[in-house]
Design a protein around this ligand. Structure first.
Ligand code: GTP
Length: 356
């Protein structure tokens, strides 16, 4: 598994709709921790924090944030709660090496994730390792239809855990899995019975690392999932592909692909993504080939917080292909494609608006 940056405390965000099976997963993880010591941050609506009473307390510490939903009102509380934990650890009062945050079932994990990058108090001491989303295999189909937040949770995920698979027949699991994959092809899926996921599959995800793995392990886009458009519809040097919408979910993803892209234009592209799409853009990640630059330019972001860095050098036999995966809510695909084509055209020394 990927090792987190030394000294920064790794944090895993556990999300999923009401009753999906988050606490069950958490308890299993705590009980099978294989030497990892956890601190758990619980967030619950209302005065009584029931979940923290259900969590087995053998290991680590539990911080309760009960004055609202962590995603919308208590980011400052989250910052304070994490700082308190770190201070107690530094003072030798608590002993743990990983933090698990379980959000409420109604929480949108995006705002929590952004806190780790936006709050300067957290950046040095904490490293968001990944967002793990529990999906109730028995009820998810209906929940995805009825509750937009469930689609958003799936869209943010680095890993998807399908809980309650013991209650669902294999065909229904396969159908659900395909729908989830259409919403978020980045996240590997694991079918669970009674919350039993192995720690290694949930920890050390490196979901926010700026590395060159554009799609998570095992989630590479198959030709079936990413259908190329007819070649005559796009300039020869640029391929834009998207998966067929078999089910009209609000949240979906698509892939933009081209050769080299102009640095300045791609900067405009990313800036307009952030400025104009805001909360509708959930996760995005790109590897870019910049003319005259040996290294891959890597960027990724969650909603309005994006990070850029130069990564490894392009291999001598590697195709210098720029790829961006976007996951969001009804993203204006034609406009984004146009901007992306502009960046690719400019890189060829022929700036100008690409034809649709
Ligand atoms: N049969 C079966 N039941 C499960 C499984 N996972 C969870 N459950 C049950 O589903 C119910 C809800 O599970 P929890 O783990 O409390 O779900 P949660 O997401 O933490 O719920 P909230 O915090 O209330 O949103 C409990 O009764 C669990 O025992 C599973 O894999 N199989």
């Amino acid at each position: 598994m990927n090792q987190p940056i030394a000294a920064a405390l790794p944090v895993t965000l556990l999300s999923g709709f009401l009753g999906a099976g988050k606490t069950t997963v958490l308890n299993e993880l705590l009980n099978r921790a294989d030497g990892v010591r956890f601190a758990v941050v619980e967030n619950e609506f209302g005065a009584v924090n029931i979940d923290s009473q259900l969590i087995s307390r053998q290991r680590g510490a539990i911080v309760e944030l009960s004055n609202g939903c962590v995603c919308c009102t208590v980011n400052a509380d989250l910052v304070r709660g994490l700082q308190d934990l770190a201070a107690q650890r530094a003072a030798g009062e608590l002993s743990f090496d990983w933090i698990l945050i379980e959000t409420t079932g109604l929480a949108d994990p995006g705002a929590v994730a952004q806190t780790f990058f936006a709050a300067s108090e957290l950046r040095a001491d904490f490293l968001l390792d990944g967002i793990v989303v529990v999906v109730d295999a028995l009820h998810a189909w209906q929940q995805l239809d009825q509750h937009p937040v469930v689609q958003r949770q799936v869209g943010f995920a680095d890993r998807l855990l399908l809980a309650k698979c013991d209650l669902v027949d294999p065909q229904a699991i396969a159908d659900l899995s395909e729908r989830l994959r259409r919403i978020n092809p980045r996240a590997p899926q694991q079918a669970l019975q009674h919350g039993r996921a192995t720690p290694g599959s949930l920890l050390g995800i490196g979901g926010f690392h700026l590395d060159a793995s554009l799609l998570a392990d095992g989630a590479s886009p198959s030709p079936v999932r990413f259908m190329p458009l007819p070649t005559q519809a796009v300039p020869a040097a640029v391929r834009w592909s998207r998966r067929p919408a078999a089910h009209d979910d609000e949240i979906s993803s698509f892939l933009l692909e081209a050769g080299e892209v102009d640095l300045e234009r791609i900067g405009t592209f990313v800036q307009s993504l952030i400025d104009q799409l805001g909360d509708d853009l959930l996760r995005y990640k790109g590897i870019l080939a910049i003319p005259g630059e040996d290294r891959k330019l890597i960027f990724q972001g969650v909603q309005r917080v994006a990070g850029f860095d130069y990564g490894e050098v392009w291999g001598s036999r590697e195709m210098r292909t720029s790829r961006i995966v976007l996951i969001g809510k009804r993203l204006p695909e034609a406009r984004l494609r146009d901007l992306f084509l502009n960046a690719a055209e400019a890189a060829k020394g022929h700036p100008g608006k690409a034809e649709q």
